[in-house]
Design a protein around this ligand. Structure first.
Ligand code: SF4
Ligand code: SF4
Length: 110
């Protein structure tokens, strides 16, 4: 059955009123599928720690609007960006197990 407007928007996260800082190590972190991201930046204001930003300008030479990435060491694993992207725009962010992310990217998240 098709969702009504009120029901649909009730599951969209709220935009935080203030930026917070990370206090503990998350179990999951957000990872942007950069090849699938439109660079619309709709997800950016939903992040409570403000750790989503466009990739550096020289990362891609062939795209007019660069995708975003997550500064993974600041992510608190809240999933707000995933819900914002999938419900309001596209479907370009996934939550990934912290250890899987660390192995894949050769980093340590504390
Ligand atoms: S909302 Fe989705 S498509 Fe838009 S910039 Fe964020 S991750 Fe990319
Ligand atoms: S999971 Fe939360 S803290 Fe991490 S990038 Fe997304 S909105 Fe920001």
């Amino acid at each position: 059955m098709k969702k009504g407007k009120r029901e649909f928007y009730s599951t969209v996260p709220r935009i935080p009123r203030a930026i917070i800082t990370k206090k503990k190590t998350p179990k999951i972190v957000a990872e942007v599928d950069e090849a699938n991201c439109t660079g619309c930046q709709v997800c950016v204001p939903f992040c409570p720690v403000d750790c989503i930003e466009p990739v550096p300008a020289d990362t891609y030479s062939d795209v007019a609007i660069p995708p975003v990435h997550v500064r993974h060491d600041e992510c608190i694993g809240c999933s707000a960006c995933v819900r914002a992207c999938s419900q309001l725009t596209w479907d370009a962010i996934r939550m990934v197990d912290k250890e899987v992310f660390e192995q894949k990217h050769g980093v340590t998240i504390e």
